[in-house]
Design a protein around this ligand. Structure first.
Ligand SMILES: NC(=O)c1ccc[n+]([C@@H]2O[C@H](COP(=O)([O-])OP(=O)(O)OC[C@H]3O[C@@H](n4cnc5c(N)ncnc54)[C@H](O)[C@@H]3O)[C@@H](O)[C@H]2O)c1
Length: 276
């Protein structure tokens, strides 16, 4: 059996948000390698002045497009902010018009910020909640009707975080957004089951992407050494990061037929860290 036949994704269509770089790019390219055409979006700009790491760019999204096309698949890529309802709906509608169907959604776009809960600004709070939680709900709202309409069932993968099952000090707004995604995942799983659509969340830990700022974390741990205990080592890789490609392997499996009995499930992608 070929790799494509194994996942049953040949000729299917997948929407990936936050696809310009990092994990989202890996998901788009890995899904294309498994035979899917891709609808990709990314803000390709800073989500807010309060986000301290460098933003993705249009060139980053172009690199994702090249990666998808290298597998011989079609791609519709557009700069869209998941907070922009009209733009998200237009993207899904144009993608379905071009590719004829929608089978898979990977709601991956997200931002991370730091600060203790009582020190966060309104801007820090609302940026993280609006992008991570409300943006994911907007992604669901824009795409689920097209999946139901196509009548082929499908799979929705919600990208939460280890911080969505175990809150960490120093980013309570991020944890709140990622815990909220568990509620969205499990509610939606119940609501769309009758349409043959599965919904699961993944909970990555320490993935090597621009979102992770070692110097910011070093300062927090320097100021508050007790916080270090909330960020355990990974039993399978005590001294390193998980790669985006490793996370993408899990996403492709969740998107495909091999995970057909799973819905409403929270899957840690953490090399065991959450067991500490
Ligand atoms: N890196 C980690 O250790 C880690 C761990 C757990 C969960 N996550 C989650 O994984 C997902 C992917 O993050 P990553 O690690 O690849 O970081 P990243 O910053 O490289 O990628 C996130 C992408 O989302 C895009 N994005 C941000 N706001 C957006 C918006 N409003 N609309 C559209 N696109 C937007 C960014 O431009 C970027 O390309 C995020 O949801 C993140 O919270 C990351």
């Amino acid at each position: 059996m070929s790799e494509n036949e194994k996942h049953g994704l040949q000729g299917k269509v997948a929407l990936v948000t936050g696809a310009a770089r990092g994990q989202g790019r890996a998901h788009a390219i890995r899904l294309a390698a498994a035979g899917a055409d891709i609808i990709a979006c990314d803000i390709c700009a800073p989500a807010s002045e309060c986000i301290t790491y460098p933003a993705a760019t249009p060139d980053d999204l172009a690199e994702t497009v090249a990666g998808v096309e290298a597998h011989g698949r079609k791609v519709l890529a557009r700069a869209v902010d998941v907070r922009d309802d009209a733009a998200l709906r237009a993207l899904v509608s144009d993608g379905v018009e071009q590719f004829g169907r929608l089978d898979v959604v990977v709601a991956n776009a997200g931002v991370l910020g730091w600060g203790r809960l009582w020190e966060l600004t309104d801007e820090q709070w609302s940026t993280v909640i609006d992008v991570n939680l409300t943006g994911t709900w907007r992604t669901i709202r824009a795409s689920v009707p097209a999946m139901i309409e196509a009548g082929n069932g499908g799979s929705i993968v919600i990208v939460s975080s280890s911080a969505g099952v175990k809150a960490t000090p120093g980013n309570g707004h991020y944890a709140a957004s990622k815990y909220g995604l568990v509620a969205l995942t499990n509610t939606l799983a119940l609501e769309v089951g009758e349409h043959g659509i599965r919904v699961n969340s993944i909970h990555p830990y320490s993935v090597d992407t621009p979102m992770i700022e070692p110097q910011v974390m070093a300062k927090i741990f320097g100021d508050h050494p007790d916080y270090l205990h909330a960020f355990p080592p990974m039993p399978l890789r005590p001294n390193g990061f998980i790669t985006s490609d490793e996370v993408a392997e899990v996403v492709v499996w969740l998107a495909g037929e091999g995970s057909g009995v799973l819905t409403g499930v929270q899957i840690p992608v953490d090399k065991g860290a959450l067991k500490y």
